[in-house]
Design a protein around this ligand. Structure first.
Ligand SMILES: Cc1cc2nc3c(=O)[nH]c(=O)nc-3n(C[C@H](O)[C@H](O)[C@H](O)COP(=O)(O)OP(=O)(O)OC[C@H]3O[C@@H](n4cnc5c(N)ncnc54)[C@H](O)[C@@H]3O)c2cc1C
Length: 333
């Protein structure tokens, strides 16, 4: 069913009250193709659970919400499984499914909001693990030809919070299912990330304990979108070259840093934002979270433009102060 003039407030975790002219949920691949054909020349866009977007204005086209469901093991041997998950499945429900069956690989990614279909778009990551470590392939509809294509891991150009789907295939394909490789016991686990190591002290390193520790740390640090609107990290952590890093280190000896391939250095954007004095600041209905400076929040009645104005202000200040150009992690519509 196609509805008209719908508020998207409950379809985005920022809780922005922007409207869409047409609205429909997509239940399967056939439904997707039929609805795209119905659009004719009217534009359309795809959303999952709206947890990585900022709606800056009303939309005159169709908003399609991906809702196809299903989790099926399609290959199995004594050490691993390949599981195909439909794009509209909730990511954390899939993590819970894997934990229940004792399959390892995604426990560090517990409690990340959103759908499985959106997870490859920015190569979701947390607590030392990225989606690319378990991704095998995805099936996607090419919008121009309305034919399905398979993207294997090596096709996807996965990087920190990025993939081919945010670059040359941006808005050109719609992911309808994703295949993952998960591991049977004995599990290889990843507890390299310090806050996770600390949270696991005195506990066995099982995938269930890792997921519980991740969930607890996330709950203590990040605002719950059902209580206070947000889209998680608004900015990516900037990756700078060594000369720039040494220049900053000279001025700010305490600057936190993480080494990246090719002699590059990642700087936590939260530290930069804290340094310019914005952590916990409120500007009308928008503000910066008091526990995590990367998160911009909607205190209730902010419009997308209020959030965007604040994000641009932060970006400008960081550029002037540190000579670093921050990039948005959140997708603007
Ligand atoms: C509290 C909070 C914490 C978060 N923590 C993390 C974190 O730790 N790590 C992390 O990586 N992210 C994090 N995020 C961001 C977000 O959860 C992920 O980016 C998630 O994958 C977005 O899924 P979604 O279904 O909500 O996508 P949406 O926000 O609906 O869409 C995001 C983008 O993907 C496109 N898209 C969505 N589905 C499809 C599809 N099937 N095919 C093609 N394009 C599609 C949309 O057009 C849009 O451009 C967090 C967000 C919140 C609110």
């Amino acid at each position: 069913m196609i509805k008209q003039n719908i508020s998207l407030k409950k379809y985005n975790t920022f809780g922005i009250d922007a409207k869409t002219r047409f609205f429909s949920e997509i239940l399967n691949e056939k439904d997707l193709i039929e609805k795209i054909k119905k659009c004719k020349k009217t534009p359309f866009r795809i959303l999952g659970e709206g947890s990585n977007i900022l709606l800056t204005k009303d939309y005159k086209g169709y908003t399609f919400i991906i809702k196809n469901k299903g989790i099926n093991i399609i290959q199995e041997n004594e050490s691993e499984i390949v599981v195909e998950v439909q794009a509209g499945e909730n990511w954390h429900n899939f993590v819970l499914w894997a934990l229940e069956k004792n399959y390892a690989g995604i426990e560090n990614l517990a409690f990340i909001p959103g759908t499985v279909g959106a997870a490859p778009i920015q190569n979701i990551g947390a607590y030392g693990v990225e989606l690319k470590t378990v991704f095998k392939s995805c099936r996607a509809l090419e919008i121009e030809t309305l034919t399905f294509k398979i993207f294997k891991k090596e096709d996807c150009d996965f990087e920190y919070r990025s993939s081919i789907f945010k670059k040359q295939f941006k808005e050109k394909i719609i992911i309808t299912s994703v295949c993952f490789v998960l591991h049977k016991p004995p599990h290889k686990i990843n507890t390299d990330y310090d806050p996770l190591k600390n949270a696991l002290k005195g506990k066995k390193n099982t995938i269930q304990n890792i997921a519980n520790a991740v969930i607890n740390v996330r709950k203590s640090k990040l605002p719950d979108p059902s209580k206070i609107g947000n889209s998680g990290s608004f900015f990516k952590n900037p990756i700078i070259n060594k000369d720039k890093f040494l220049e900053l280190k000279n001025k700010y000896p305490d600057i936190p840093n993480f080494f990246e391939p090719y002699n590059k250095i990642k700087i936590p954007a939260a530290w930069l934002i804290e340094k310019i004095g914005y952590k916990g600041k409120r500007f009308g209905h928008a503000g910066i979270h008091n526990k995590q400076a990367l998160v911009i929040v909607n205190y209730g009645n902010a419009e997308g433009s209020d959030i965007l104005m604040l994000a641009n202000q932060i970006k400008e200040k960081i550029l002037i102060h540190f000579g670093i150009k921050l990039e948005f992690e959140v997708n603007l519509f």
